[in-house]
Design a protein around this ligand. Structure first.
Ligand SMILES: Nc1ncnc2c1ncn2[C@@H]1O[C@H](COP(=O)(O)OP(=O)(O)OP(=O)(O)O)[C@@H](O)[C@H]1O
Ligand SMILES: [Mg+2]
Length: 261
């Protein structure tokens, strides 16, 4: 009888241990499965973010290429046609045609040539690098003043920056988008740009006194502009700080290294 109960006890203990072991193994398998699922989801997210970044980068490169082509076309073709028109108008006035309309058209063509030059300089990377970032910013501010809507100010710790070609182009494109947004959205009357150099870092601070915005607002509609500013910053190791709130105007600070070290 004792033998039988011994066998039963051993059986129960073995069974329980078996069950425990089985449960433990199942739990481990489940935990492992959950871990792998989480890891896969994380990897998927990282890959998606990477893909989005690469897509944006390609878009920016294509945009730069298009800008180059368009600005070259403006400069070489349209610019030349207008110059030719101006020469012909000059010949007409030299031939004694004194119609005041001719003088007027001549002035208009001259203005169109000047404006086109300003536009193509702003978009053509090589001339942009030649003129330098500070001159380019001043030119852009003059264009803003010309609209008659904005008064602008510019303050800088230096009159020459030593930054490489890529950064000059990237920072300028970011600045152009900031100006575009001011024109399109801010309803501002004042635009101020400050360049501060601190510990070999350049702080470019662009402020407007417009209506401001809040990126976490439900009504906020993101576009390409702000994300391309952030993407360009990432590509050259710059920082972007945006301070803006409804009715308080907007201040955007771009921080980047002076030399490519
Ligand atoms: N200086 C500013 N003042 C007021 N609102 C601004 C300013 N800059 C940006 N915004 C707001 O942020 C939003 C997003 O700007 P973003 O540049 O990303 O897109 P967008 O200008 O609408 O379109 P896109 O740049 O693609 O042509 C704008 O729609 C606008 O509401
Ligand atoms: Mg924009």
């Amino acid at each position: 009888m004792e033998e039988v109960s011994k066998v039963i006890v051993v059986g129960v203990v073995t069974g329980t241990m078996f069950l425990l072991l089985f449960t433990l193994i199942m739990m481990m398998v489940l935990i492992n499965y959950q871990r792998r699922k989480k890891k896969l989801a994380y990897e998927k997210k990282v890959m998606e973010a990477q893909f989005e970044q690469e897509l944006l980068q390609t878009q920016l490169e294509m945009q730069e290429h298009t800008l180059k082509t368009v600005s070259q076309e403006i400069h070489d073709n349209v610019g030349q046609i207008l110059s030719l028109a101006k020469v012909n108008l000059n010949i007409l006035s030299m031939e004694g045609q004194q119609d005041p309309k001719i003088t007027e058209v001549k002035e208009l063509v001259g203005k169109a040539i000047q404006e086109l030059r300003a536009i193509s300089t702003g978009y053509f990377a090589d001339t942009l690098v030649e003129e330098g970032l500070i001159a380019a910013i001043k030119r852009e501010l003059t264009q803003l003043e010309k609209t008659g809507i904005f008064s602008t100010s510019f303050q800088a710790d230096t009159d020459q920056l030593s930054i490489d070609k890529t950064r000059t182009i990237f920072i300028y494109r970011m600045f152009q988008e900031i100006c575009n947004n001011i024109i399109k959205h801010a309803q501002a009357t004042q635009v101020a740009v400050r360049l501060i150099i601190e510990k070999q870092q350049i702080h470019m601070i662009i402020s407007d006194n417009g209506n401001g915005f809040n990126e976490s607002d439900e009504t906020f509609k993101p576009g390409m502009g702000l994300s391309s500013i952030r993407q360009r910053a990432l590509m050259i190791g710059a920082k972007v700080n945006i301070q803006s709130s409804a009715g308080q105007g907007t201040t955007i600070e771009l921080i980047f290294n002076e030399a490519n070290t």
